[in-house]
Structure formats: C-alpha cells, structure tokens
Design a protein. Sequence first.
Length: 334
Amino acid sequence: MLRGVLDQLGEMGNLVPRYTQPRCLLDRHAVGGCAVCVEACPHEAVTVNAGGYAVEIDPERCTGCGLCVQSCPTGALEYDLLAPLESVQGQRGGAASEATLTCSQSGAGGPQLPCLGRVTPALLTAAGGWGIPLTLIHGECGSCSVGHPDVPQRLLNALHETQTLRRATGRPAEVTLRPAVPEDGERAQNLTRRGAFGALFRSGSQQLAQRLPERPLPFVDWSEPAERTPAEWQWRKKALGTPLPQDVGIDWPAPVVDETCIDCPVCANVCPTQAITRDLQPEGGVRLLLDLSACTGCMACLRSCPPQAIHEQRQWLAPAFELPILLRESDSVM
C-alpha cells in the first residue's frame, strides 16, 4: 500500500521549474535580452525559442538541478520554496544542533534536494532569520550527472549575497558548506510504514516528502499584483524580520532616476514584476513610482533607458519598503 502511495506521488512530480513568461526579460524586450538560464544549464535543457521572446525547457534533458532558477535575475524560473523552507524550520529543536540539506547524489541521509543548485539566498536568509545553523552537504560535483562542478562555488556566491542582505540585521546566517563523508550516511532515517504515512501527512515533518519530486507549481495569476513578485524576493524581505531595522541601510539593488529622464514608458514596459509603474495624471503630467519590495534588482530598466537616466542604488532605509517611492514627477509627457 505504501509503495502505491509513493509511486502515485512520484508520478505527480515534475523536475522542470515553473516558467512565468511575463517575468522573463526576453518577453519584456529588455535591451540586451537575457540568456543566463541558458548559460547556467549544464545539460542544454534550456533554450531560447525561435522567436527570441521566451525560453523553453526540454523535460527529457532537465535533471531538476535548479541552476537556471538560482541564476534567473527576475524569478521567471522558480521551484516551490515552501518544501525546503519547512524542512529547515522543521528540524529546529530536534536531536541535532543544526538543520541539513543534502544533494541526492551525496550518499548522505536527511532531507534531500535533487541538487544543491536549488538553494537560493531566500532559503539561506530564512535560516538566518530563524537562527537555525544550516549545513549543506554535497557529493562529488566534478563527476555529477545531475548538477555541475561549479555548484559549490555557486552556493558560496548565494551565501555572499545572503550575508550582504542580512548585514542590516546584525545577525549573519550560519551556513556551512562541505562535501559528504562516510559518516553522513548514518543520517538516513529508518521510517516504519506507520511513520512514513505520518511524515507524508503530518505538518512539520518534511523529510520523506523532500525525497520526492515536487508537484508542478500552478501558473501565476498575472491579474493579481501580489503574485507578480516572485516568492524568492518575498521571502528575502520576510526573513529580514519585522520591523525592519530603521536606521541601517538594507542592501536591495533598485533603480533611481535623474533629471535627464524624458518621461518615456520604457522602464515601466521592461520591468519584469511591474515594480515600476507609470501613472498618467489627469492634468497631463506623469508620475514614475517604484515598489521596492517587488524589485528584483535585475536592472533591465537601467540597460534599456534611452537617455541613460536610470542608476542603481544598492542600499535603502526601511521606510522605503513601506510605500511606493516617487522616482520622478513631470508636468508633461513627451
């Protein structure tokens, strides 16, 4: 009976990440486009379509390593964050003094991901916010058929981004990255039939579920503004805590506009999450607004701005996250 349940759950799984085309810089016609997901994929599973306005993923080639998701600057590609987040949080207060995530090829027991290439700054930032030491255990990346030899370096890059973000809180994330050792095999859990059902259906125990492919995420409802912001950036902000530090700069790259702006609609058109909006006023003017929480820092607006009036600002104070920021106000429109 248990075998049948596991088989059924496995059939509903999907290693291919969700693709939200309106968030893709190709769909937005950003100057210079974007091909980081194509370049990041070690299996040639990600390609740009014939029209050049979207990416396509070959499910036969995709291993679920997550490197395209980790690299995407806009959240156009993503996996469900809740399963690994719940797994890390669920290990708090257990027998071990730390939470672990291991890659499926490491031979280590405990909660597993197909590849640690799926680990993003949101997950690491959340572990830091919860005060949970997290150990990431990888296998022999140099010969891995799922990921790529540079996965450890990519994880170090994600950790650097995490610590830069968490600097505002004064509490860095406690993250250890190391290769598996023979003793890690003992981390494997011996689940009885009753215990396996408990792990599947009891909240807070994600270990068995983490060994199964996740169900495909539902499509984003683009008519709902809250869904336009990727979960990755929603969790980065949540994990900073509430209230946010009031007098310390929070590292959150986003655009500012100078006086050479010609009030054209390009920046709003290319923004992948509609963090920039252009409001035409009844009297004929225009207001350019920024929702900082929705900005992924992709800087497509900067690259696409015709007069190069947009510049990157890396740090913001907490009040900037509370209300829309007025980037520019003009009495007339070109």
